[in-house]
Design a protein around this ligand. Structure first.
Ligand code: PMV
Length: 388
């Protein structure tokens, strides 16, 4: 029996109850083979979410803010598989789900043979998420999830953000929530469920047309998203990742969030973010490129300092990553480009730059790849792959 459960915010519970009522009234019926489809972008945090409350439901220790990565997407289909138990038999509250995942890097579709295998293979977090999100229906339906990432999965390229966002949106599509909820209710429902799956996913479910920069912060008494009004010059902002390692990450971010409190630097970072959050948003509005880039880089260093000083420690800022970052800082100074870097929980460096400087970024990629190959202290097993 699954003992993990979520503490669902009251307002969300009310929406779940509304679905339950609709279902009891026969207005929300799911049938074998019904599908829900969605695609969601990933996002890269400029101000990171790192560390969450131990007591409350997925409440971050600090507000975060990200840039939406429209080219890095998860596309998901959810299909109703039907009832678990025959008519008349008491349904047990243990849904079994099928989960298939693929991406271009592994070109690998997980397709276990037996049901039991499937249940064991499905990540616990996903299992709990499905059980809860489908609670008005979970007693008697199962779903198959087919998800495709157009970029490598689980290696610090924020696949959990787009993956959980696409899944939440696909379930909303399956349940036809657009018809049953107001837009505000739907946005709230999507945001709360997405963050339950993966904190950063909340910043990928915005229903706004141009959700370029999205924050996750307290809005009144709710921990939810805001689309940040920005200057139109940010339309020229481009993104690429230098993948130094596209293997799945070894340390799960959920473990990292829990360990953050053990670092003596954690509170210092959290306070620094809180103190500067409004200024950062103003810098986005006024196109203060210098402030946005320096604070983003600082916060990435701060978050990695917290990771490295937590118990157990985690290091993504390894010698290869540090080498590329210091080379980039030199290159930027020499070439006078408007660009900055950031790093999530994986040894892959994200760069954000103005479109006019794309050629120079490619030149930097070539130069640093060659230098890495020539350098004696780096055991380079593959080239630095670039994803845009
Ligand atoms: O969404 P999670 O639980 O995988 O945490 C994301 C953590 C970072 O990617 C490192 C930072 C962020 O805000 O996206």
């Amino acid at each position: 029996m699954n003992t993990v459960s979520f503490q669902i915010p009251e307002k969300l519970l009310a929406l779940q109850n509304k679905l339950n009522t609709l279902r009891n009234e026969g207005k929300l019926l799911l049938q074998n083979g019904d599908t829900g489809n969605a695609s969601a972008p990933s996002n890269i945090a400029l101000i990171k979410y790192w560390g969450k409350s131990r007591t409350e439901f997925q409440i971050p220790d600090n507000p975060s803010l990200s840039f939406t990565l429209n080219n890095f997407r998860s596309t998901t289909q959810v299909t109703v598989l039907g009832r678990f138990f025959p008519e008349g038999e008491t349904p047990k509250y243990i849904p079994q789900y099928e989960f298939y995942l693929s991406d271009p890097e592994t070109n690998n579709t997980v397709q276990p043979d037996e049901k039991m295998e499937l249940q064991r293979n499905i990540p616990e977090k996903l299992n709990v998420f499905l059980k809860n999100i489908l609670s008005p229906f979970a007693a008697d339906i199962s779903v198959k999830i087919e998800s495709y990432n157009n970029f490598p999965t689980a290696c610090g390229m924020a696949s959990s953000a787009s993956g959980m966002a696409a899944l939440t949106l696909a379930i909303a599509n399956l349940l036809n929530l657009e018809k049953h909820f107001s837009k505000t209710e739907l946005q709230y429902w999507l945001a709360q469920w997405a963050r339950m799956g993966s904190g950063s996913a909340i910043r990928s479910v915005s229903l706004a047309k141009n959700s370029q920069f999205v924050s996750w912060e307290m809005v009144g008494t709710e921990s939810t998203i805001k689309n940040i009004p920005t200057h139109k010059k940010w339309n020229q902002l481009r993104h690429c990742v230098f993948a130094l390692n596209s293997k799945p990450k070894e340390i799960k971010s959920s473990d990292g969030h829990m360990a953050a409190h053990t670092s003596p630097l954690h509170l210092i970072r959290v306070n620094n973010v809180k103190e500067n959050f409004l200024t950062f948003k103003k810098a986005l509005k006024n196109f203060n490129f210098e402030f946005v880039s320096s604070f983003t880089e600082n916060d990435a260093f701060n978050m990695h300092a917290v990771m490295q000083t937590s118990i157990p420690p985690a290091t993504y800022l390894n010698h290869k990553v540090s080498f590329v970052i210091s080379e980039f800082i030199e290159f930027r100074k020499k070439e006078k480009i408007k660009a900055f870097w950031t790093l999530d929980a994986g040894p892959n460096i994200h760069f954000l730059y103005l479109s006019a400087h794309r050629k120079k970024m490619m030149k930097f990629h070539k130069e640093v790849s060659t230098k890495l190959k020539l350098s004696s202290f780096v055991n380079l097993t593959h080239d630095i792959k670039i994803y845009e």
